[in-house]
Design a protein. Sequence first.
Length: 93
Amino acid sequence: MIFYKIPLDADLSQTSYRASVATETNLFIEYNEGHVEPSWVELTEEELLVQFNGVNPFEEKEPIVPEPYQPTNAEVAQMISDLQADLIIAGVL
């Protein structure tokens, strides 16, 4: 992967890049192909990590999937009892 640190106002219309991350002063891109300005600074992954405090902002992150809630048998029994009570009150049972 090739990374560039470029000015915020850089023209990227002739450049193919996979992703970009903006800071207050610069734009960082993961470069694919196309035009590169002489003012753009090529960064190694190590240099990119220094810019972002040890975190690669372009790294794919696995989504966090929460564990489904598994009620206890007692909780299920209470839910059934509550439902039966509600149905009796509603006149269904």
